[in-house]
Write a protein that binds this ligand. Structure first.
Ligand SMILES: [Zn+2]
Length: 102
């Protein structure tokens, strides 16, 4: 690959010219935070954390961003609800037993 700015030969894997520092235009190299599988993985386990990643990603349309943000918020509320339910109806029972025995 030839640098468009200084016309020197740059390596095929380089994202920046090693002589003048210009970007080499092959922007197909997506940054790690634009990785779709990473965003999906985040959305499954930490939906709130995935939201800024979705908004930074140019591959999503504004409509898709709003939709996925709504989905992430609802999923987070659902997860919080599940945790509270589990705590109060399962773990809470054991605390009640301990109090009764005291
Ligand atoms: Zn250059």
């Amino acid at each position: 690959m030839i640098c468009h700015k200084c016309q020197k030969e740059a390596g095929p894997e380089d994202s920046y010219c090693r002589f003048c520092g210009a970007g080499l235009g092959n922007n197909e190299v997506t940054p790690w935070y634009s990785n779709i599988s990473l965003i999906i993985l985040l959305a499954v386990f930490f939906p709130i954390v995935a939201i800024p990643f979705i908004w930074r990603n140019p591959q999503f349309s504004p409509k898709a961003k709003k939709l996925s943000t709504t989905a992430c918020v609802m999923y987070t509320l659902f997860l919080i609800g599940m945790i509270l339910y589990f705590f109060f109806f399962h773990i809470g029972k054991y605390y009640l037993q301990i109090y009764k025995e005291l």
